[in-house]
Design a protein around this ligand. Sequence first.
Ligand code: NAD
Ligand code: UFG
Length: 358
Amino acid sequence: MARRLRGIMDAMSTGENGRSRKVLVTGAAGYIGSHTCVVLLEAGWDVVGVDNFDNSSPVALERVAELAGRPIDFVEADLRDSAAIDAIFAEHDVDAVIHFAGLKAVGQSVAEPLLYHDTNVGSTISLLGAMTRAGVFDLVFSSSCTVYGSPDVDAMPLIESSPTNAVSPYGRTKLFIEEMLQDVAATDQPWRVLSLRYFNPVGAHPSGRIGEDPVGIPNNLMPYAMQVAVGVREELSVFGGDYPTPDGTCIRDYIHVVDVAEGHLAALDALDTVEGFEPINLGTGVGSSVLEVVAAAGRAVGTPVAHRIVDRRPGDAVTVYADPAAALQRLGWKATRDLDDICVDHWRWQQKNPNGYR
Ligand code: NAD
Ligand code: UFG
């Protein structure tokens, strides 16, 4: 039904002459999901979100509606509950799905691999089954540059056909899911799947109302640095100062979360041009070292972020950044915000919400 209506819907300007197009967003209350919901609602998409709040708060959804000035439909459910997901498709005329829901902590995935395979792979199997039963075949999936493993520096920038090689259970769930998506896309069902491989999403909505709210001690650089700046933590440990990079610290492609969110809007619009399965990098193409991030965070905060160089963290790749050309060519999208924008916005969120949503 949803699919048959698609041609008619495409001809309509969104929000006028009848209903808007509707997207189901899994993991809607999470960090990237919440920012994407704001962008989608602002662009005229109707949104129904689903989340089990395993790593998020209902407050994020209240703030999404507040920022967008529009309501968001929401169902609290675990994606592995097939009956609950079937019920969402029965109640809502869904045109497309953006699938964020999953677990993402690399270290936890090493300790609890079955939890990661069950949650990430299991949720996706459940979702794909429900989509098939509902006749909805348009999907945007949250993948990660982790699927490229720990590539050599001379392999930069990474393109979509760069070799894949996951080095953690978390990374393997992303690779397995991508392979599963290729399998379903190769059937005679009319799947159109974009797998967006994010590099390092950071920053927050410029309002300071929504942002990343890590539980416990942050694993990642930006939230840790900002917690040091706001006084929740004493000092940032910089993992390794003797890498073969200009300042000795690792290089990553940090991308503003609102740029990532806008990439999803562009991806939904580009699904019409997709045949089967297609992976796309979402990065800026610019690599920044840990010390460059620390310096930018200090500029945003107005005072240096206390840090000390310590031993390397096992498993870190030296340098990872994207070639974003395919995203521009296929989605008409490119990142527009730089590292200073990222730090200013992340700092605003951190200052206004020193304890996150709690
Ligand atoms: P997040 O933890 O903030 O959001 C994920 C959301 O999914 C959470 O709200 C969580 O409660 C929900 N969820 C988890 N398991 C669920 C289940 N079984 N049923 C329903 N809801 C469930 O993470 P995020 O940073 O917003 O990441 C979103 C997606 O992007 C994830 O798939 C992640 O692997 C991927 N990704 C994130 C990054 C990053 O650095 N943040 C990088 C690359 C890829
Ligand atoms: N770093 C520090 N100190 C910290 C935290 C991080 O120096 O307290 C360094 C790391 O060693 C690395 C860089 O900062 O050199 C970035 O580290 P993050 O943990 O922020 O990000 P990663 O690139 O290691 O990994 C992130 C996610 C993974 C995901 C990957 C690719 O954590 O889940 O991006 O998407 F797989």
